[in-house]
Design a protein around this ligand. Sequence first.
Ligand code: ADP
Ligand code: MG
Length: 727
Amino acid sequence: MSTIRFAALQETLNRKPVSITEKERRSTLFGQHVFNKHAMQQYLTRTAYDSVINAIEKGTRIDRKIADQVAVSMKDWAISKGATHYTHWFQPLTGATAEKHDAFFESINGGLAMEKFDGEQLVQQEPDASSFPNGGIRNTFEARGYTAWDPTSPAFIYETTLCIPTIFVSYTGEALDNKTPLLRALQAIDTHATAVCKYFDKNASKVNATLGWEQEYFLIDDALANSRPDLVLTGRTLLGHIPAKGQQLDDHYFGTIPARAMSFMQDLEQECMLLGIPVKTRHNEVAPNQFELAPIFEEANLAVDHNSLLMDVMEKVSKRHHFKVLFHEKPFAEINGSGKHNNWSLSTPDGANLLSPGKTPMKNLQFLTFFINTIKAVYENEELLRASIASASNDHRLGANEAPPAIISVFIGSQLSNVLNELENVTKGKLSPEEKTDLKLNIIGKIPEILLDNTDRNRTSAFAFTGNKFEFRAVGSSANSAIPMTVLNTIVAKQLKEFKIEVDALIDDKKLKKDEAIFNVLREYIKDSKNIRFEGDGYGSNWEKEAKKRGLSNNKTTPEALQIKIEKSTIALFEEMKVMNKVELEARYEIDIEEYTKRLQIESRVLGDIARNHIVPTAIIYQNTLLENTKNLKEIFGEEFKNIAKEQIELIMTISNHITEINALTLKMIEERRNAKGLKGLKSAQAYSKKVKPYFAEIRLHCDKLETMVDDNLWPLTKYRELLFTR
Ligand code: ADP
Ligand code: MG
């Protein structure tokens, strides 16, 4: 056994769970490190408080004098909690979070020192951000980027630093981050959903999108994980033979959480409580050492921030427990991958869920309106939704018979399907009084009961209605949810805008009553969007054929999937909804393509290195042992050795074959990599996808075969069974 592998195993076997004491009740801890309403009430003047609340609830501007006041109070609050530094906390296009810490401390003349932080530092900063990906935006405009305070997401303290959530934009106003477009999309959905809500409640004033994510992840002992160059450098294993026991016994799912993982979770949850992340559920997932954590849902912008923050906190807490947390969508072949389901809905300020039916027929019609418009929006933009979750790592998961396929479809369950089928028969134009009564009593009147008993679930669907929300299941575990949430809210906003125009036209021109007009438009939408609805098995190959007939896209790789992001229709849509302009969209596309290319390039290099510098030499050492053994047998037994050493001789030949294949395939892969590297943009990404990547599986096959032959004591890489079953 390699010394590294041996040492890692020894270290792991000696691990004990870190003991976690919970001194305070979680409800007492909740939000203690957040500058939330409660803290603001204590620290801000009434005017300042009202101004911040108005900014959060109505999107009004905070004037500079007030910002100064808020800054001073925020600083006092932070220092009282032990903070020494502050940072603008933002989400650049790397998908991760970024921060640059400055001390509050400033030395003033005369040697007198004091802490300083005013509106200027709160509201705007200029991080030296030239090395964040920007897709050429800053070069084009020769402008630097700056970060600006987002008062809708409260400041928080993490590890003695006051973190202020901010957007990150260029001087010419183009978004350089994931938060800015999300905020604009949330503005769009607010505008257009509120306008539609007014049909049902003339006092409707605001609609919030809500998001409840479910984060899946693997926890691997860090000594074991660090012993694998592929895990360290790419976040996934590029090779490794399947262990004798995988997940086939289904004994991990919802089973008892192992002690060390439990201690990590308790520690993590305490941190989350302090940071105001309302984590609620934890459990084992399907694969060994795979887990899931989910919070109570929140307003979408806050929920996205909380997910990004959680991922950072998980990495930090996991170190204390000697774990490495893997967010990669597919860290292990043949073992379930990880996703991040995004549960989405719309709600009014009083907390009413627009995707829940109500007590009156009007409320039920409101439910149907938002329900059907969402389906229509997904139908019209399925390819764009697919693009919003595209990444090199998620490509391994989509369509791998454990996660939704790369085809986007909507599952709503048989009972709601029946409702929509009935609604398809609504009479064109004016409705008779009898028909109205029938609709009221027998069709939409039945919806609340139907949903109470909503046991219909289909785990193979990419986008499923689950009783009072839609669940976008194709999102990857490492993704920043801001990206799919920006697309989803934008397309639904656009759809609702269209809907309002059509309904108003029927009311004004055809003199239909409001509910008649709504039924008429919904009827057409149900017919139009039928092709996106699918209740069957999304994993089967039949569905692929069927989806093709229906004209749905099936973009299996990221380079294919991304194309729609820069189509004319996409640019028009995003510009109309004021979410992103052409420059911003093209910049993001460029960054996505580059990211994909780089990931594959790194994986290919790491695989080549492991195969030729770790696996092949080990195989040769073992082969030499066999040769030595055969030679000795020949010395003792003469020609008789051929019968005695039959196995050894066969093994020597087989090993030789694998070594030859590995070397030849690696050389070919390197050749293809050189070609791919010489190309630009999409061409390069396509070459990596179609010419380089196919070698990964081939090379892996030979390496994994060798793993089953070579003496376990010599094998250099920590094995799957050790990574997955050591606890
Ligand atoms: P499951 O889908 O596993 O049966 P739940 O129905 O409780 O479990 O919800 C799963 C997730 O959906 C949770 O993360 C929760 O926060 C989220 N969720 C529930 N209601 C909403 C909503 N109205 N908007 C957004 N997310 C929601
Ligand atoms: Mg779920």
